[in-house]
Design a protein around this ligand. Sequence first.
Ligand code: NAP
Length: 309
Amino acid sequence: MPRMPIALAGIGKIARDEHIPALEDSPDWYLDAAISRHADVDGVRNFATMGDFLADPGDVRTVSLAMPPAPRMAYARQAIGAGLNVMLEKPPSPTLVEIRALAALARERGVTLYTSWHSRMGAAVEEAHGRLSGATLRRLRIDWREDVRHTHPGQDWVWQAGNLGVFDPGINATSILAAILEETPHLTACTMEVPEGRQTPISADLAFGHPSGADISGRLDWRHDGHPVWRMEIETDRGTFALIRSGSAVEVDGEEIALDGSVAEYPLVYARFAELVRGGESEVDLAPMELVADAFLIAERSIGAPFEW
Ligand code: NAP
């Protein structure tokens, strides 16, 4: 199958860390154009804005949007309006109504819209799903801790309204949760701490209800020293295991187990996007975001110490 040209918008941290390398090695795509106000990508056509690109799209029928959610919606609407397929980084949008409207627009225009959730791609999450299927869940504990100065260095947008603060990585946990359990749990309690003068939380504690009656809870914290901990510990009537490194490996009895299949998230994200585009389908899964939106709806908030980079 010939490789398809794609444009990538928002050339920042995740574009350079993951999207560009995944596209360089992709059997399905080649990077034809980059859209970024401040950055250029070597060897491709570069445009400052979506409008500039849409004035000269060449053969490109598809764009991938890797900027933060708040500025992403206008670009997505412009691209879909012009009849292009669109992939969105997580979290897909600042609000749920906007993303539903975008999905309706994609249907109307007959193009693909894909809300990607990179942390749920790969063999480890499949392994967890397999271990849970037919088992009785007893306890699930999300432990998502990292040093925001290291994972989002100087990215002030993470503290601005319309973004998710510590739920920006935390939504990776809810994306996994919604993928591995047959029935998605619902939030029953949330407390969050917002640094003085900022708009989004630096930490949160979560409690969930689930038809199984299992004890499901989580802790998200951006004030962690050292290596990130992105761990989900899961106890069933058949035993205990853990999804570690944000859903990229499985640990049983303290030992990482060998997995069948790829664990590389972004190559799998782009492979899935190619499948959807070739099949003329969309995939708009909002369950991970609904859980986060519910956390913001029911949260008891406290104001904590100011945060400075
Ligand atoms: P980033 O580096 O701060 O931003 C990405 C790019 O978006 C910027 O370089 C900027 O490019 C563009 N941008 C920012 N504000 C904009 C605006 N108002 N209008 C138009 N473009 C704007 O952020 P990132 O870390 O790559 O994260 C981007 C997205 O990827 C987020 O949704 C995040 O949740 C997701 N993500 C991040 C990571 C991670 O490790 N950082 C991992 C997985 C997913 P120009 O200024 O050049 O246009």
